[in-house]
Design a protein around this ligand. Structure first.
Ligand code: IMP
Ligand code: MG
Length: 177
């Protein structure tokens, strides 16, 4: 039996995403940005964030091998899909659901830097700071959260729960018994 406990509700998320969008709008005033979402977890965050960014913007998506059905990161990151359009000389904002160990974003940062963007920033809805194995920080972070496994608002466990409107802590029996 899975148990879900709300960590961040819809209203909190909406408010914070609007703040991040406003900050990005100010930081890139007069310029264009390319939002590069990491499939599939970042899709809902990207959709909401993009509508709070009042700039000329385009979308692209990148995919990496994920957790699979396990909660632990294998440590190995593999690129499954690169960007479709060139980001050469563009302002790129890499949009991710969560910064955990930092392995994924460290890897993706290097993939994108190889495309020679004008600038590269990281937007992450959530940040589990205490789990970091690589020295990487998000430029636009929604919420710092404790070391709990969370689902919803794009985040999954074995591909489920992405459609929950809140970010919830997923407690399984082995954890809660
Ligand atoms: P990192 O490479 O360890 O930073 O892991 C980042 C990726 O792990 C994210 O894109 C998520 O797909 C996944 N992940 C990390 N923590 C969680 C969690 O609490 N719930 C769901 N997915 C997570
Ligand atoms: Mg994932």
């Amino acid at each position: 039996m899975d148990r879900l406990k709300v960590l961040l509700n819809q209203q909190q998320i909406k408010k914070r995403v609007a703040e991040l969008g406003a900050q990005i709008t100010r930081d890139f005033e007069g310029e264009s940005v390319v939002l590069v979402g990491v499939l599939k977890g970042a899709t809902i965050f990207l959709a909401d964030l993009a509508r709070e960014i009042k700039l000329d913007a385009t979308f692209d998506f990148i995919a990496v091998s994920s957790y699979g059905n396990s909660r632990e990161q294998s440590g190995e990151v593999k690129l499954m899909k690169d960007v479709d359009q060139s980001v050469d000389s563009k302002n790129v904002i890499l949009v991710e659901d969560i910064l955990d160990t930092g392995l994924t974003l460290t890897y993706l940062k290097n993939v994108l830097l190889a495309h020679k963007p004008k600038s590269l920033k990281i937007a992450a809805l959530l940040d589990k700071v205490s789990r970091r194995k690589q020295p990487i920080h998000g430029d636009y972070v929604g919420f710092e959260i404790p070391d709990e496994f969370v689902v919803g608002y794009g985040l999954d466990f074995a591909e489920r729960f992405r459609n929950l409107p809140d970010v919830c802590i997923l407690e399984t029996d082995e954890q809660s018994s």
